[in-house]
Design a protein around this ligand. Structure first.
Ligand SMILES: [Zn+2]
Ligand SMILES: [Zn+2]
Length: 385
């Protein structure tokens, strides 16, 4: 089943008001509650009810189906916009208290304010943002122009496969921290002010792991080679760094993942060059084509040719714009800039020689007038063409 366009735009989890780590049961429950509250039959006077009902239904259509949900999660993970939602569903559902690394990271993000990079609750046992990862990618000129999705193989911290990132020994679950009640912070009432500080009992995680996972010793991550699908946008330039949010190393103790930076190296093309979003191309033309003008075929990057009209008297080195044949980006497409290169033949056959000699005989030298002005005196001997 193919991903649909609106998957990129709609946050179905948000529509249903569930975290993206929600179990199938939780999703169904949220859907039933919302559907009941917006069913057009029970709200005949509310014109927006039907719209809400539709939205909720299409969200459940995807999230309520294991296969579709998996695909949707993948689409969101690769998507160019929105926050990260790594990890995805753990197929095996079934946990009644599901402490996915992401859900928790998200929760903590809301508590401490977004954008902190491992600061804030940075005690060794607290949630830590995963490391940023650097990768290099060499791209073909055409791939760089068109954009592509490619697999990168990286060895980084990933969510521990034994405990699915919870850090708890399989068969056990992390317990909600009794000091902070799972909030990860404790309120410190000082009369008028109420200050919150990270809970020291659980290190800000909100949960306490009583028996650590034997694979990751409770950190929730392990080092592994993994495949990352990297989407490189159209028009990436040589040396450009692409940031893939949330695709770096997994966070520790429920912290958010780091970012992946891909440094792109673009190999040159035989024919085409780049100038921003414009493609550049030099095309050879004969003296006759330049002098008489006419239509020449010009290759484009997609393999087709376009007709370019040259005026009579086109000069060597002149530039000609073919609109819309440059780098195609979502918002605007560049042009193809053709530079005409008038070629002087190095060898003439008899017919060509005769034609050129006839041309010469009918032509006044362009230097004639220059010399006639007297600024240059003619000395020595020259030879006629
Ligand atoms: Zn583990
Ligand atoms: Zn606590």
């Amino acid at each position: 089943m193919a991903a649909q366009r609106e998957w990129y735009e709609k946050d179905y989890y948000k529509v249903l008001g569930v975290p993206d780590t929600a179990t199938a049961k939780e999703i169904t429950k949220a859907y039933r509650t919302l559907a009941r509250g917006s069913h057009p039959d029970t709200h005949p006077d509310d014109p927006k009810a039907e719209e809400r009902f539709k939205e909720v239904s299409s969200a459940y259509d995807v999230l309520g189906d294991d296969e579709k949900r998996k695909e949707y999660d993948e689409v969101r993970r690769l998507g160019p916009v929105g926050g990260f939602s790594p990890g995805g569903p753990n197929g095996a559902g079934g946990h009644s208290f599901n402490v996915g690394a992401d859900g928790l990271g998200d929760l903590l993000g809301q508590m401490f304010g977004r954008g902190r990079r491992g600061s804030g609750a940075s005690s060794a046992s607290g949630p830590q943002r995963g490391a940023d990862v650097e990768a290099r990618l060499t791209l073909d000129f055409v791939d760089a122009a068109n954009g592509l999705t490619t697999a990168l193989y990286l060895t980084t911290d990933v969510q521990c496969g034994t405990c699915s990132g919870s850090g708890a020994k399989p068969g056990t679950s992390p317990k909600v921290c009794s000091r902070c009640g799972g909030r990860g912070v404790v309120d410190d009432n000082q009369g008028f002010f109420s200050l919150s500080s990270p809970c020291t009992a659980c290190g800000g995680r909100g949960v306490i792991v009583e028996q650590s996972c034997p694979t990751c010793y409770g950190s929730g991550v392990e080092k592994k080679q993994r495949e990352v699908q990297a989407r490189i946008p159209a028009g990436v330039a040589d040396g450009q760094r692409i940031r893939l949010k949330g695709r770096g190393a997994a966070g520790r103790n429920g912290g958010p993942p780091g970012d992946l930076f891909v440094e792109c190296h673009v190999t040159p093309h035989e024919l085409f060059g780049r100038d921003g979003d414009n493609l550049t191309l030099r095309v050879p033309v004969t003296f006759a084509e330049a002098a008489l003008g006419g239509v020449i075929d010009v290759p484009t990057l997609d393999g087709t040719t376009v007709a370019l009209r040259l005026k009579p008297g086109t000069q060597s080195g002149s530039r000609h714009r073919v609109r819309g044949k440059g780098i195609a980006k979502p918002k605007a497409t560049g042009d193809l800039i053709v530079t005409v290169d008038v070629q002087v033949p190095t060898h003439l056959n008899d017919a060509q020689r005769a034609a050129v000699e006839a041309f010469a005989a009918a032509t006044t030298s362009p230097r004639e007038r220059m010399y006639a002005s007297g600024s240059t005196s003619r000395t020595g001997s020259g030879s006629e063409a």
